[in-house]
Design a protein around this ligand. Sequence first.
Ligand code: PRP
Ligand code: URA
Length: 206
Amino acid sequence: MLTCLQDHPLLQHNITILRDTATQGVAFRKSSRIITQLLVAKAAEQAGLTEVQVKTPLETTTGARIEAPIILVPILRAGLGMLEPAMEMLPNVSVGYVGLERDEETAVASSYYNKLPVLPDPHHVFVMDPMLATGGSAVQTISMLKEQGALKLTMICVIAAPEGIDCLQQAHPEVPIITGVIDRELNERKYILPGLGDYGDRLFGT
Ligand code: PRP
Ligand code: URA
């Protein structure tokens, strides 16, 4: 399943800010945060609810709580920018970290850090990485999470390239992808076009 939020006015407004070369620092992080929260709100539609009774000051009524613990897995480094806005919205989260970096020549990602929590039963894992370019980082991360016992996963990204979507759907067809926008293509260096450049560099000012 592929869900793209590109018709949402807040998505369009904020992705335009992110794409603009003139956007730096606080302004970049603010738009990144708003887009993340739109994406997480969409992803949360897949979380199951349990009915609960709640006492208002006037009477008891029926309410609902998100039932399964959600495990957030940001792919370092750029995914870190999505972590705090996601944590702010979701109850009952734990966090796993996956450090991957693409080789500048080959664009193949290699792992430099992993720290995952024990996966409770049931659970729902949200993998977060703003850029789905070749799809290599997302496929590696999801394969590793499945080896650790992850059963229910969702991939959340800000910009996806068609090549990355194909790659992820071929490797893990049952994992839903939620993206802000779908861009045109990758260039010869495997950067997304039109894209926004290097998300991590722009987020962290490097
Ligand atoms: C970027 C981005 C993704 C990856 C996507 O990370 O944050 O993790 O590239 O590319 P892929 O789909 O082709 O694997 P990068 O390796 O530049 O590291 P960074 O987040 O530390 O900047
Ligand atoms: N990673 C980025 O940060 N940007 C791209 O365009 C591709 C991968």
